[in-house]
Design a protein around this ligand. Structure first.
Ligand SMILES: NC(=O)c1ccc[n+]([C@@H]2O[C@H](COP(=O)([O-])OP(=O)(O)OC[C@H]3O[C@@H](n4cnc5c(N)ncnc54)[C@H](OP(=O)(O)O)[C@@H]3O)[C@@H](O)[C@H]2O)c1
Length: 288
């Protein structure tokens, strides 16, 4: 199968490049903004035609949640218009589109894990653009799988785990929000899950949404404590409330995603968040 991966130097794209090594029966075509700007319809069409793309995994996105409040047009271009360009191209070329979305499509007022068909109600510009991206893909009528994930981290790029580890080196004490609950996701586990979905659905007709995170649910404070502990940092973590840490974009208070559908469909066992965190920190330590 000819598989196109966009945004391949981001966290998920990098994880997919590693996973692809084990699936060399497929031809993987890895691109990032320098080689394929997904906002450019002619470049996208040329790539699909030239490479005979049969499946596209879109790892490219505008992911700066707070900055999006000041740059709504750019966020919309990358998170809505570009997925629409990719979806239309997939439709023309009879290719399957795998698109990654977010827990921020929900308002976070729920009290139980969000099901894939729960009503979306984003409260930030980023969340709105990701939700509208989902709708554009669904309306295109292309074969598609939308995978919503949350709290993504990896040993590359900028993320909460790496920020905490570096604060652990430089600070004696930090304050972290303890009233937002969700579940972290190691990008490597998400990449594996995407490959399992490809194996399950192949190029058959598909119009599905899945949720994937690691197992368990915690607050950012609990996550920070675990990072300091596993990372061997002697930095005290104090729990605070969201009100004490104002951000430009509103975050969902509760954004746990229900994982039953992906587990039932693929039969996969999803790693517990703490086990994956330990593996990621080991990888980070190994790099340094
Ligand atoms: N990070 C999270 O906590 C989180 C949580 C839930 C869902 N998600 C979703 O998961 C997916 C992967 O996230 P991630 O954390 O891996 O993102 P990331 O690390 O920010 O990577 C995104 C990649 O897309 C590239 N890109 C931006 N605009 C592009 C364009 N026009 N054409 C081609 N490439 C472009 C970026 O390049 P530059 O770096 O050069 O801009 C970057 O390499 C996204 O859809 C995101 O919305 C993320």
């Amino acid at each position: 199968m000819n598989i196109l991966v966009t945004g391949c130097y981001g966290q998920l794209g990098t994880a997919l490049r590693k996973v692809a090594d084990h699936f060399c029966t497929h031809q993987w075509h890895f691109t990032d903004i320098d080689t394929l700007d997904i906002c450019n319809p002619e470049a996208v069409e040329h790539c699909f035609f030239d490479k005979g793309i049969e499946l596209c995994i879109n790892c490219a996105a505008y992911t700066a949640v707070d900055k999006a409040e000041d740059e709504p047009e750019l966020a919309r271009k990358v998170n809505v218009e570009a997925p629409s360009i990719l979806a239309e191209c997939c439709k023309r070329h009879h290719a399957t589109f795998i698109h990654v979305s977010t827990d921020y499509v929900f308002d976070g007022k729920g009290v139980r894990p969000y099901h894939v068909d729960d009503l979306t109600c984003p409260t930030s510009v980023y969340g709105m653009t990701k939700r509208d991206g989902e709708i554009a893909i669904q309306q295109s009528g292309c074969n598609h799988i939308i995978v919503r994930t949350a709290w993504l981290y990896s040993s590359t790029g900028k993320n909460f785990v790496k920020t905490m580890l570096s604060l652990g080196d430089t600070r004696d004490e930090i304050n972290v929000v303890n009233d937002q609950k969700g579940c972290p996701t190691w990008a490597s586990d998400l990449a594996e899950a995407i490959v399992k979905l490809i194996e399950k659905h192949g190029l058959e007709p598909v119009h599905e949404i899945y949720h994937f995170t690691n197992e368990g649910q915690i607050t950012w404070y609990e996550f920070a404590c675990a990072i300091m502990e596993i990372g061997g940092k002697h930095c005290k973590v104090n729990p605070i409330t969201t009100d004490q840490y104002p951000t430009k974009a509103q975050r969902p208070a509760y954004s746990v995603l229900d994982l039953n559908k992906i587990k039932a469909t693929t039969g996969m066992e999803i790693p517990f968040w703490r086990d994956s965190l330990a593996k990621c920190i080991e990888e980070i330590n190994h790099k340094n």
